[in-house]
Each structure stands twice: as structure tokens, then as C-alpha cells.
Ligand binder design. Structure first.
Ligand code: NAD
Ligand code: TYD
Length: 355
């Protein structure tokens, strides 16, 4: 099969390709990526010379370019990861989220719909649990939970999910959709909570916790997410949605403490020294309190289960960042420094610090 993987140079997409390209020489994987700040072709150095892998630099918001690519490649399968993915950036500058996440998904669906008969057998849309909005202290998101997005990011992903479902119902496109909880692991851009805290702790920099650090996220190791997507692609039903998550709810402050403990162990310093770097900063506007996923549909229908616990996955992740200082130095380029300045220099002290 010819498989177009959009966003394959980003965090989850590159883990997906690194896992599956060597395992499936019978498939041809075409990575379609604009190579934004969040991408790094270095993530793919282990597979770049494989005969069944190729990178095409294409902006999915460019309708003509997407159509030309699909006419040329005529893929059987599309796995759609490409997106602007960071909530805080979507609050500061939402435009790119609308263009890539909504218009880009629309362009892919249109190009997929125009494929000749026999091609375009599956459009797998990769989405997030953030489309469901926030949970209170109890309960889980199921596939029946009503959409209630809070941020421009989650609203743009919700719009893209609706387009995918509408194209299935209206035009009979063979689509599948997965909504996953927060991922962590190798190659994650250090704007997101876990790699940001990890690298700051390593360098003795402040650890900026939003609000009081009591918000809860449900963490899944990235390889478990990738295996779940591959499982749904093969065993899931067409036209269906599957939630993905590993029942690993953690308060942000507990995540930061766990990172401090692991980094302290690696550096041979007392954990308290790193925990003392925690700074409570102004909260994110519209900050969802709690995410938690019920993945029983996926587990029961497709037989998927996560392999990593949060403890084992976090340990692996810390080790990966320690072992890859070259990667870290490269992604923390001028653009990265500008973002850190923009997001954190203007955030005053938050209520957590005044308790
Ligand atoms: P990322 O920001 O690390 O990578 C996004 C990739 O998409 C980059 O390679 C980037 O260059 C590419 N891209 C962006 N705009 C593009 C455009 N206009 N045209 C072509 N390529 C473009 O994101 P990620 O964390 O790897 O997330 C991948 C997908 O998984 C997203 O759709 C995201 O919504 C979803 N998701 C992420 C998480 C998470 O915790 N990171 C959880 C659930 C779902
Ligand atoms: P993030 O990694 O941005 O993922 P998302 O917002 O998509 O869940 O943030 C995870 C949690 O960590 C979220 O509750 C916001 C919080 N957070 C901080 O407290 N400090 C930070 O510097 C960042 C980036 C996030």
C-alpha cells in the first residue's frame, strides 16, 4: 500500500514512522510535512534512506499542492497527523490553527475524495481528547461525550473532526477517527509540559507551573499511541471513532515532581534542589481542569492495551533527552527562545505561589 502520513516530521508522526517504516517494507510511506518550527527531519535519520520512505515538503493549507500530490501519488491510505498542536500558541496566535487544522484537513479530504476508484481506501484522522472540553473531579470522556472545546487549538481540532465525520456521512469516505489523551516521549518539542520541565530542571532554570498545578492530564507514552493508531487502522470499523488513553491521570504538580526526582537521580543532586525551582505563574485562560479517557471501546473491539506505565515511560523519556543533547540544542533555536520569552516573560506570578 502507499500510505501518506501527514505531519510525519513532528513529535507523534516521527515516532509513528520510526516504528512502522522498518516493520513494514511491503508499504511505501510518504511523509507530507510543511516542516514548521515543530518539525525536525533529524527525527527521521534512522529511516531516511529506507527504500519504502520518502519526505515531501508540502503545506496542507495549499489546496493546489495537496491536490497535485494526491494526483501523483494516488495513496491507498492517509494517516493525518499534521496540525498546529500547542494550546498556548493557539491563544497567542490562532490564525495558523485555523489554516492548518481546519482548511488543511478540508484540503486533504477533498483531494482524497477526488482519487480514482480503487485508491483512497482509508482516511485515518488523528485527533485529541481536548475536543471534549473539561471534566470535573470525576467521570471519563467516552466516544459519546459532547464536543465542548475551550481553546482555539481544541476548537480547530473539533472542526476538523466534524469535517471528517461529515465526509463519511455525506460522501461515503472510508474514514476512521481517534481521539487521544496527552502524549509524551522522544522528539517532543520542549514547549509542552514534560520536555519543557525536564530540560529546565536539567539546566537549573525555573519550572513555570500554571495556576496551582492542580489541573489533571491523562498521560500516554507516544509509542502506545502509535500502536493504537495502527491497530485501529487494521481492526477498527470504518466510520467509527475510538478514544485512546492509558488511564494514567496525573496532577501537573505531581508530574513536575516526578520529573524533578528523575532528573535529580541522573544529575546526582537532591530532588529538593530541583523542586525549589518551581514557580507558580499566571494561569492559562480557559484552562481545562481535567482530562481522562475511557478507552474501553478500543480495548474491547481491537484488543489494544498500553505497554508503558507512566513511571516506566517517564524514565525512558528522561533518558532519551539526556542521551540526545544535540537534538535538544538544535530545536532550541532562535524561534524557540522567542517563544519562551513571549509566553513566560509576560506571565506574572500565579495564585499557586501565594498559598
Ligand atoms: P507537532 O506539533 O509535534 O507536529 C506537527 C507536525 O505537523 C510538524 O511536523 C509540522 O511541521 C506539521 N505541520 C504543521 N502545519 C502543517 C501544514 N500546514 N502542512 C503540513 N504539515 C504541517 O504535533 P504532535 O504533538 O506530533 O501532534 C500530531 C497530531 O496528534 C496532531 O494532529 C495533534 O492534534 C494530535 N494529538 C496530539 C497529542 C499530543 O499530546 N501531542 C495528543 C492527541 C492528539
Ligand atoms: P501542555 O503540555 O501544553 O498540553 P495540553 O495543554 O494540550 O494539555 O500542558 C499540559 C498541562 O501542563 C496543562 O494543564 C498546562 C500545564 N502547563 C504548565 O503548568 N506549565 C507550562 O509551562 C506548560 C507548557 C503547561
Amino acid at each position: 500500500m502507499d500510505i501518506v502520513v501527514t505531519g510525519g516530521a513532528g513529535f507523534i508522526g516521527s515516532n509513528f514512522l520510526n516504528l512502522l517504516v522498518p516493520r513494514h517494507p511491503e508499504h511505501r510511506f510518504i511523509n507530507v510535512d510543511k516542516l514548521t518550527y515543530a518539525a525536525n527531519v533529524r527525527n527521521l535519520s534512522a529511516i531516511e534512506n529506507r527504500p519504502n520512505y520518502r519526505l515531501e515538503r508540502v503545506d496542507i493549507a495549499d489546496r493546489d499542492a495537496v491536490r497535485a500530490l494526491f494526483e501523483r501519488e494516488k495513496p491507498q491510505i492517509v494517516v493525518h497527523f499534521a496540525a498546529e498542536s500547542h494550546v498556548d500558541r493557539s491563544i497567542v496566535a490562532p490564525d495558523a490553527f485555523i489554516e492548518t487544522n481546519i482548511a488543511g484537513t478540508f484540503n486533504l479530504l477533498e483531494a482524497f475524495r477526488a482519487l480514482p476508484k480503487g485508491y483512497g481506501q482509508l482516511f485515518h484522522h488523528v485527533s485529541t481528547d481536548e475536543v471534549y472540553g473539561s471534566l470535573g473531579a470525576t467521570g471519563l470522556f467516552t466516544e459519546q461525550t459532547a464536543y465542548d472545546p475551550s481553546s482555539p487549538y481544541s476548537a480547530s481540532k473539533a472542526a476538523s473532526d466534524h469535517l471528517v465525520r461529515a465526509y463519511h456521512r455525506t460522501y461515503g469516505l472510508p474514514t476512521k477517527l481517534t481521539n487521544c489523551s496527552n502524549n509524551y516521549g522522544p522528539y517532543q518539542f520542549p514547549e509542552k509540559l514534560i520536555p519543557l520541565m525536564l530540560l529546565n530542571a536539567l539546566e537549573g532554570k525555573p519550572l513555570p507551573v500554571y495556576g496551582q498545578g492542580t489541573n489533571v492530564r491523562d498521560w500516554l507514552y507516544v509509542d502506545d499511541h502509535c500502536e493504537a493508531i495502527w491497530t485501529v487502522m487494521h481492526k477498527g470499523r470504518v466510520g467509527e471513532t475510538y478514544n485512546i488513553g492509558g488511564r494514567s491521570e496525573q496532577k501537573n504538580l505531581d508530574v513536575v515532581h516526578a520529573i524533578c526526582d528523575l532528573v535529580a537521580e541522573a544529575k546526582g543532586v537532591p530532588s529538593g534542589e530541583l523542586r525549589a525551582l518551581i514557580r507558580y505563574v499566571q494561569d492559562r485562560p480557559g484552562h481545562d481542569l481535567r482530562y481522562a479517557i475511557d478507552a474501553s471501546k478500543l480495548m474491547n473491539e481491537c484488543g489494544w492495551a498500553p505497554r508503558e506505565s507512566f513511571e516506566s515511560g517517564l524514565r525512558k523519556t528522561v533518558r532519551w533527552y539526556l542521551d540526545n543533547p544535540g537534538w535538544v540544542a538544535e530545536v532550541r533555536s532562535g524561534e524557540y527562545r522567542e517563544w519562551i520569552e513571549r509566553n513566560y516573560a509576560t506571565r506574572g506570578e500565579g495564585p499557586g505561589g501565594k498559598r
